[in-house]
Design a protein around this ligand. Structure first.
Ligand code: FAS
Ligand code: PHB
Length: 391
């Protein structure tokens, strides 16, 4: 097989890149090692920045998002028995976030690619890349038991943190920046109406908790846990008891319980590789960077990377320009590092760190009290949360 851009990974990065390339008249083939059903049912991110919503709508795949997405004009911080609302309408007029599950975005993108005759090969095995430092790179894989390969002009590594693209770059060619946090998130999806119309990020003496949602009938909840947490040690009753305790608000409604549809543990790390390119292999999304989900940036960064990369490929195929391809990594990293800072700040402010001294805990509370009392601090949180303007 041959194509112009070979894409590894059918997550938000790979699918959105394939879609944007198609709109620019550029051919691509996506290879994915999971099944279509698996990637469409994999529960992950939930909050879309304004720029991500705009990109999906402007590129023609935002219809269901506009119909079913929940537009939120604020978010809440809960600590010390009080709740502070960050009012996007007042602080960042005209900008909001939309709650719409990542798996829904994936479904919409797969449907659009298939309708447009796009090629997505699911259930591939043993993916590898070769010739990434030449002008004739190739993706090799097994599909349906047959060894196959795709000759490409370029390869986009959109295969996430555990993919094969980043490791295919020669050791020493990448600078790695990483911080691993001493905790994780235990997340549940519950068939229960959210007790709040907006997200609640809570810091309790016993740890962090987050109330989010997927629809008026489905609540998404997280609580801070140990990084090596044994899910078996978390019965439904124990999960609900911990969530009620950490999200308690003397004046507000209790969290609604319901059947737990999904339970999982997400590790927490900050991770960036530079540059996001080696020869004709370009990295996008989680293949190049990971943020702790406290800032709700993961999927939004993936979309921002792909917007820049698709524009650079379009300039190459339209005018044989290579300057935007050469500039891709630096252009993407500007936004990535600002999102890393915000995600680190939100994580540090809202989680309990083992070994924190009494001073650390009091300083952390003062940080939250400062945000609650300062329009400037709330504006800073709001502009980062809804998404910084695109460069
Ligand atoms: P993805 O990981 O989504 O997609 C990569 C794709 O490549 C996958 O479909 C994978 O199967 C495929 N692949 C991997 N190796 C391959 C190979 N060798 N050959 C072929 N295909 C291969 N972000 C938030 O903002 N909020 C959250 O709550 C949140 N929760 C998360 C929970 C988990 C468990 C994880 C891992 C991430 C979470 N994230 C969250 C971040 C997440 O949303 C990512 O930012 C987003 O999925 C990034 O999209 P992609 O870059 O497309 O990577
Ligand atoms: C989610 O709804 O899954 C979600 C929302 C906000 C976050 C992280 C996850 O910061």
């Amino acid at each position: 097989m041959r194509t112009q851009v070979g894409i590894i990974g059918a997550g938000p990065s790979g699918l959105l890149l394939s879609h944007l390339l198609h709109l620019a008249g550029i051919e691509s083939i996506v290879v994915e090692d999971r099944s279509r059903r698996y990637v469409e049912e994999r529960i992950r991110a939930g909050v879309l920045e304004q720029q991500c919503v705009d990109l999906l709508v402007e590129s023609g795949v935002g219809g269901r998002l506009l119909r079913e997405g929940l537009v939120h004009h604020g978010v809440n911080l809960r600590f010390g028995g009080r709740t502070c609302r960050i009012d996007f309408a007042r602080l960042t007029p005209g900008r909001a976030v939309t709650v719409y599950g990542q798996h829904e975005v994936v479904k919409d993108l797969i449907a659009a690619r298939i309708e447009a005759g796009g090629e997505i090969l699911f259930d591939v095995e043993d993916t590898s890349v070769e010739g990434i430092a030449t002008d004739a790179p190739r993706i090799r894989f097994r599909h349906g038991g047959q060894a196959q390969s795709i000759a490409c002009d370029f390869i986009a590594g959109c295969d996430g943190f555990h993919g094969i693209s980043r490791p295919a770059i020669p050791h020493g060619a990448l600078k790695v920046y990483e911080r691993v946090y001493p905790f994780a998130w235990l997340g549940i999806l519950a068939e229960a109406p959210p007790c709040s119309d907006e997200l609640i990020y809570a810091l309790h003496d016993d740890g962090f908790a987050l109330l989010s949602m997927r629809s008026p009938r489905i609540t998404r909840l997280y609580l801070q846990c140990r990084p090596d947490e044994d899910l078996e040690a978390w019965s439904d009753d124990r999960v609900w008891a911990e969530l009620h305790k950490r999200l308690e608000d003397r004046d507000g409604p209790r969290v609604n319980e319901g059947p737990i549809l999904q339970k999982g543990v997400t590790p927490m790390r900050s991770f960036v590789v530079e540059p996001m390119r080696h020869g004709r292999l370009y990295l996008a999304g989680d293949a190049a960077h990971i943020v702790p989900p406290t800032g709700a940036k993961g999927m939004n960064l993936a979309a921002a990377d792909v917007r820049v990369l698709a524009h650079a490929f379009a300039a190459y195929y339209r005018e044989r320009r290579t300057d935007l391809l050469d500039a891709y990594s630096a252009a993407a990293l500007g936004r990535i590092w600002k999102a890393q800072r915000f995600s680190w700040w939100m994580t540090s402010m809202l989680h309990r760190f083992d070994g924190d001294s009494a001073f650390d805990r009091r300083r952390q509370l003062a940080e939250l009290e400062y945000v609650a009392g300062s329009v400037a601090a709330q504006t800073s949180l709001a502009e980062n949360y809804v998404g910084l303007p695109l460069d």
